[in-house]
Design a protein around this ligand. Structure first.
Ligand code: FES
Length: 128
């Protein structure tokens, strides 16, 4: 998953979203403004969303399994839960973390983007 500067999360792997097969490439909203959540629709530009795509590296071990499949589940009024091995890659292509389970911010309010830090509750984020 690549974290786009001031933009969405770009997945490149066999992906399911809420159990629906989405193919090999899909871009999901992380600004909270898409009118088609959890999917990206370009609303971040009009919303003036700013968030770095260049993340600090977190020490992590190589994944036992790469290249998917990846299952992403939008949590109602909350983050995107990913329950499979995932490499987190910066917008410029550096792999900065490898995880086997994570919660990704999709409200745009986290102070620890791209990860959820619970800020969606105070922000009153509403999404199916
Ligand atoms: S979904 Fe954004 S902080 Fe939790």
């Amino acid at each position: 998953m690549r974290v786009r500067e001031n933009g969405p999360l770009a997945f490149n792997a066999p992906l399911t979203v809420a159990g629906k097969d989405e193919g090999l490439r899909l871009t999901l909203c992380r600004c909270g403004q898409s009118k088609n959540k959890p999917y990206f629709d370009g609303s971040h530009t009009a919303a003036g969303f700013t968030a770095t795509g260049e993340l600090a590296e977190v020490k992590s071990e190589p994944l036992a399994q790469r290249n998917g499949p990846v299952a992403a589940t939008p949590i109602k009024d909350g983050p995107l839960k990913v329950t499979d091995p995932l490499e987190v890659v910066t917008g410029t292509g550096r792999t900065v973390s490898r995880v086997t389970e994570t919660w990704l911010c999709r409200c745009g309010q986290s102070k620890n983007k791209p990860y959820c830090d619970g800020s969606h509750k105070a922000a009153g984020f509403v999404a199916e």
